[in-house]
Design a protein around this ligand. Structure first.
Ligand code: ADP
Length: 493
């Protein structure tokens, strides 16, 4: 066990729930540390201090060298609470603050993102030295932290304290790569000798994502299927070659969800708490949702989606399939999402065409999201690709049956329901096609019409275990593997 050797872990992420969240990365960065802490590891977390994150304790400040200039980082702290059997354990969560870089509306998409996240990553290492916490494992997540494995290696040349640190790099979504012009190397303080095809160079640019893949001791992504998919030219986003090269160091670990936060028995955001033993109370949530969103109240099948409105999520086929279903059948549909303006407009038009059956809410709303998980019968995720996907896991936990495309983590967590054997926990289709999605929904509606069989399906989906316990144990194995590369522990068999 890693806890026996008092392993220290610093998890670096650009988003951490509940402080800053745009998607699944934040959920993972906020939840995995809790499970690791409860397993006995000394884990801490760091993210930038964005606008709107309040109530922080100020610890210290220090200069960060940025291409010959010095910028000041202010280090602040709060805690993440891990609950277990009525006890609360605190996990230190650090915030790198700099008004110029981070006191803005939003997290990413600024012209100086290269500089902002170079600063953040360099400040993370300075922070460790400032507070005397050079970790055994530095766990970097996605492109915003992609340079850290190389920065750690370079740092170790000057400061022996870092020689024992093993690096783990997690790819949550290969599509967002952080590719910037070569001058960013000066800001990072990284030498030109790394600017080549086997290093950080990517079509003439510097790729933060590629840096993580090349230099981390161990790499993982958020499901076994996605780990295989990204090694193919079709889904490798141009990085499949380098990923194939590191195939032996590349793991796939399905995300869990936080069973304390996502618990229909205690969730304060929903209309009425319920468990798998009490589907009648679940039905009250459906009626309440229908009332709240202004749909006719009753037992009409209710389809839900909570999603970023981006191309990845399969929204073009969803629009086509739903438009035809809503015209033909007695079904209801409610969507909560925000993102690309053209997709927002397309869903708003869909609701205009089917005013008595369809409601669309543009925006980010954690309360309505939970009410949709608790009140819908089916939860749609027809993604083009999906590294892991949390929506389907939350949906199952709340008894909304997922209808998903067979890709990435959706394929690892949702098994197609077979009415003959009554096995499976959702409805799965393969081809990226509106017809295939529509047929999968129709298969689901067929089972929905058989009340008892449907209730059994809901009950068994609600009892599946997608908590962090199992995934956190797998992360510990990956950490042990990374420490093994440093000669620190015996490698697991
Ligand atoms: P991704 O990380 O690609 O956005 P995931 O399924 O992994 O997709 O995670 C999405 C998470 O964000 C889920 O917890 C989902 O409920 C939440 N979410 C997405 N869009 C919204 C929204 N508009 N309002 C509230 N929560 C949302």
């Amino acid at each position: 066990m890693l806890s026996d050797i008092a392993t220290t872990v610093l998890l670096v992420s650009s988003e951490v729930a509940p402080f800053a969240k745009t998607g699944g990365l934040a959920d993972v960065a906020g939840s995995l540390p809790k499970a690791l802490k409860l397993a006995g590891l000394d884990v801490r977390v760091v993210l930038p201090r964005y606008r709107g994150i309040g109530d922080l304790e100020t610890l210290t400040d220090f200069p960060v060298e940025m291409g010959g200039r010095k910028e000041t980082a202010i280090l602040r702290r709060s805690y993440i609470k891990a609950h277990s059997n009525g006890d609360v354990t605190l996990i230190p969560c650090y915030f790198v603050d700099n008004y110029g870089y981070f006191d803005r509306p939003g997290y990413y998409g600024f012209p100086d993102d290269a500089e902002r996240f170079s600063f953040f990553q360099k400040a993370c290492l300075e922070m460790c030295e400032a507070i005397g916490f050079v970790p055994d494992i530095l766990h970097a997540n996605d492109w915003q932290a992609g340079f850290l494995p190389l920065l750690v290696k370079e740092r170790a040349v000057k400061n022996p304290a870092w020689r024992r640190t093993a690096t783990v790099y997690t790819i949550h979504n290969l599509k967002y790569q952080g590719n910037f012009p070569p001058w960013v190397l000066d800001l990072l303080g990284v030498g030109k000798e790394h600017f080549h095809m086997e290093g950080v160079e990517f079509y003439g640019q510097v790729s933060f994502m590629k840096a993580g893949i090349v230099y981390a001791d161990v790499i993982n992504t958020v499901s076994p299927t996605y780990a295989r998919e990204i090694q193919t030219p079709q889904m490798g986003e141009g990085l499949d070659g380098i990923l194939r090269k590191r195939s032996k160091d590349l793991y796939g670990i399905v995300n869990g969800i936080n069973y304390h936060e996502f618990n229909p028995e205690t969730d304060q955001r929903i209309f009425k708490n319920y468990s798998w033993r009490d589907l009648e109370s679940r039905r009250q949530n459906k009626y309440a949702l229908q009332r709240e969103v202004g749909l006719p109240v009753g037992d009409t099948p209710l389809l839900g989606m909570v999603t970023r409105l981006v191309e990845q999520k399969g929204l073009d086929i969803a629009l086509e399939a739903l438009n035809s279903l809503l015209s033909e059948r007695e079904v209801q549909f409610v969507l909560l999402g925000t993102g690309a303006p053209d997709l927002e407009a397309a869903f708003t038009r869909l609701s205009g065409r089917h005013p008595s059956r369809c409601r669309v809410f543009i925006g980010f709303n954690g309360v309505l999201a939970q009410r949709i998980y608790a009140g819908s019968d089916l939860f749609l995720m027809p993604s083009r690709f999906e590294p892991c996907g949390l929506g389907q896991l939350i949906a199952m936990r709340y008894g909304s049956i997922p209808v998903v495309r067979k890709t990435g983590g959706l394929s690892d967590t949702v098994m197609n329901y077979d009415p003959a054997s009554r096995s499976g926990n959702g409805f799965v289709f393969e081809e990226y096609d509106a017809g295939a999605l529509k047929r999968a929904i129709e298969r689901a509606l067929e089972v929905f019409s058989r009340r008892e069989e449907w209730n059994n399906l809901v009950t068994s989906a609600m009892q599946m275990d997608y908590s962090w316990n199992r995934s956190a144990a797998e992360y510990q194995e990956v950490y042990a593997e990374a420490l093994g590369r440093k000669g620190r522990v015996e490698r697991p068999a």
